[in-house]
Ligand binder design. Structure first.
Ligand SMILES: Nc1ncnc2c1ncn2[C@@H]1O[C@H](COP(=O)(O)OP(=O)(O)OP(=O)(O)O)[C@@H](O)[C@H]1O
Length: 362
């Protein structure tokens, strides 16, 4: 694999409310050719600003951007060989679909035959070969977004940048388009940078995810790595659902540690990204689906049920851990036919296998 894009110590400052504000802070990143990489984070964390600097719509305050090894930091957007797919499709409403997709090729002064061939190919890739005679307002939101993608694909840019492209679509179509975009990206080995604040979207689509918070990279890794070994409480909480239980790391033994929660010792994996120190306060990260009420387990924490939510496929039990009164944790117990739902107020033990818990620095 080769490096398609490289960000070297990129920062962007703005004047906001009369003060200097750092929207993006010292971001270093290497994107591999053919990779689907997602920028994920809450609103205002700097995802769009980073993408716009890569596209050339914003100039970095400092740092450099390299495309295929060439410094493009000062190259104008229209000379960067990148395609951009926006949230609002940005199709030309008065042009038929064929002409919308052909637009960039016409500007490049390609021959009529070549344009026809490439437009047909691009529309076929997004499954809209029969729509070329329509106007954008005759298509659904999902179809319009696929035209927007075809319009970029037809130009075969080195990198495709997408900023929340699915956020205007309804939930069902959004799920379908996730699969579609990923299929097209894989089929054509496209290098894609994708911005979203939807962690499920990021987990299901990406080769790697760059989690951002307040302008900096919080963690960069595969979806599995982020879920399995979060580098911080922020990542643990932002990716999927997590219980963050405070306690103290008592001792280490290889990849595992003994963790004390309110006087009770339990065993869990030691986080590799952000290893905790013995004798210090730390957090146990355990996912709701990994907790159970199985009795006789040594690896168990006493809890009290404070709420039950029946969700069809599972029961979400809200529990409190003895001695930690101000927090509620979640246990997602798969619902099997005939299963009895436990009452609020009952005291039980929440157990998990040691591999399913990870101890990280607080
Ligand atoms: N032109 C600007 N002038 C001043 N501040 C700006 C400007 N552009 C962005 N910002 C600020 O920089 C921060 C990062 O913005 P950015 O749009 O990159 O966030 P984001 O992570 O993409 O958020 P969202 O998901 O809401 O789009 C925000 O606090 C925003 O207010």
């Amino acid at each position: 694999m080769s490096v398609a894009l490289c960000l070297q110590n990129i920062s962007r400052h703005y004047i906001k409310d009369g003060k200097d504000f750092t929207a993006v802070s010292s971001v270093d990143l290497e994107v591999q050719t053919g990779e689907f990489l997602t920028f994920l984070g809450p609103s205002g964390c700097g995802k769009t600003t980073t993408l716009r600097m890569i596209a050339g719509f914003e100039t970095p305050s400092s740092g450099e951007i390299l495309l295929d090894g060439e410094n493009i930091t000062k190259v104008p957007a229209n000379e960067r060989d990148m395609g951009f797919v926006f949230q609002n499709y940005a199709l030309f409403p008065h042009m038929k679909i064929f002409d919308n997709v052909a637009y960039g090729l016409k500007i490049r002064r390609e021959t009529t035959d070549s344009i026809k061939k490439k437009v047909h190919e691009a529309l076929a890739m997004v499954g809209l070969e029969n729509a070329e005679g329509n106007y954008p307002n005759q298509l659904s939101g999902g179809e319009q977004q696929r035209v927007a993608l075809a319009r970029v694909l037809v130009l075969r840019p080195k990198i495709i940048l997408m900023d929340e492209p699915l956020s205007n679509l309804d939930a069902k179509l959004r799920l379908h388009m996730r699969t579609e975009i990923r299929r097209i990206q894989r089929d054509l080995s496209l290098t894609c940078l994708y911005v979203t604040h939807d962690q499920k979207e990021a987990l299901t689509m990406s080769d790697r995810i760059m989690v951002m918070q307040r302008g900096h990279i919080e963690q960069l890794g595969s979806p599995f790595d982020l879920y399995d070994d979060p580098a911080s409480p922020f990542v643990a909480d932002f990716i999927g659902q997590a219980n963050l239980i405070p306690g103290t790391l008592v001792s280490k033994n290889g990849d595992y540690g003994i963790f004390n929660v309110n006087g009770k010792n339990i065993q869990a994996r030691l986080g590799k990204q952000n290893p905790p120190e013995v004798g210090k306060e730390a957090l146990l990260v355990v996912r709701p689906e990994n907790l159970s009420f199985a009795s006789c387990s040594e690896n168990a924490i006493p809890v009290k049920i404070v709420n039950t939510l029946f969700e069809g496929d599972k029961i979400d039990y809200h529990v409190q851990v003895q001695g930690i009164a101000d927090k509620t944790y979640s246990m997602g117990i798969p619902f099997l036919p005939g299963m009895q739902i436990l009452d609020v107020g009952l005291e039980r033990e929440a157990s998990f296998v040691p591999q399913a818990g990870v101890i990280i620095r607080r």
